[in-house]
Design a protein. Sequence first.
Length: 339
Amino acid sequence: MVRTLALGIGAGTAAYLLGLPLPWMLGPMICITIAAAAGLPVAQPALLPKAALPVIGVMLGSRITADLLAQAPEFALTLALLVPFVVLCAAISYGFYRRIGRFDPVTAYYSGMPGGLNDMMILGQAAGGDERRIGLAHAARVLCVIGFVAIFYGAVLGVRSGAGPSSWLTLSDMGATDAAWLLGAALIGMPLGRALRLPAAPMLGPMIVSGAVHFAGFVAVPPPDILVVAAQIVLGVRIGSRFSGVSFGAIGRDLTLGAGSSMLMILVAVAFAYGVSYVASIDMSQAFLAFSPGGLIEMSLLTLALGQEVAYVSLAHVVRIVLVIFGAPVAFRFLALKG
């Protein structure tokens, strides 16, 4: 685990020096995935992701302002279109995994759902699907979507992520009162998120509390950048280490299938984002992030790193995941799929 984290830190530093977009998450993510594919011993950090998620939540909440909330009515069209977006993405991806991947119906169904990795693995296994294949399909989707979106924004749109060390907010820039409010948002938000049964509760709970205290003006600063960078490295390592113990051939096959499925979903996302940006006058870059079918945590972090509106994008992904979690089992029973 220590070696894996050290490799992730080195990869993040190298990616930053090379000027890659979202370097602190994309660098470790790619490096650890390659290490896992090469058969090197990599391990997912057990406790660090749990510590990283509240930091990210507090950081995301610090971006919630009165000006942003005033734009909330503009979110309505995006939220309304999430239902047909989810249905279309799931149908296209299901067909792809059945015809191209030759997955059995149950495994193809839950592999193609644009939902959370853990949730789809649990639901898919309960329905009789192949848990390993479903997990790898979603891990590949998250990796491919995050990589594609980050590189697209950097190479095509010229958007770079993150501040340089010279402009970082450091621990010394914060007062004791600020630190107390931010820590309190994390400590109160975690149990609140679990009590409300939110998806990604350790992140969304602190995000809600942090947004409230920032909106109220009790605190005006986000968490120090060094904590944010550490959180990104941990999440990048976590994504890459999901492929640990899987043969190179299996990783290559599942990544290829995941890339194909992801590109189909991204094409659908582009179409919906273009429609929303045209009708509701929402910037295309914002709408594209809202519809991009990555993980909730990763997409929220990517949105922040790219300097986009976090609340709008995070809300869209929360609604998408809730729709999939509750809608997928119902639709599965209705369709009466059999392995």
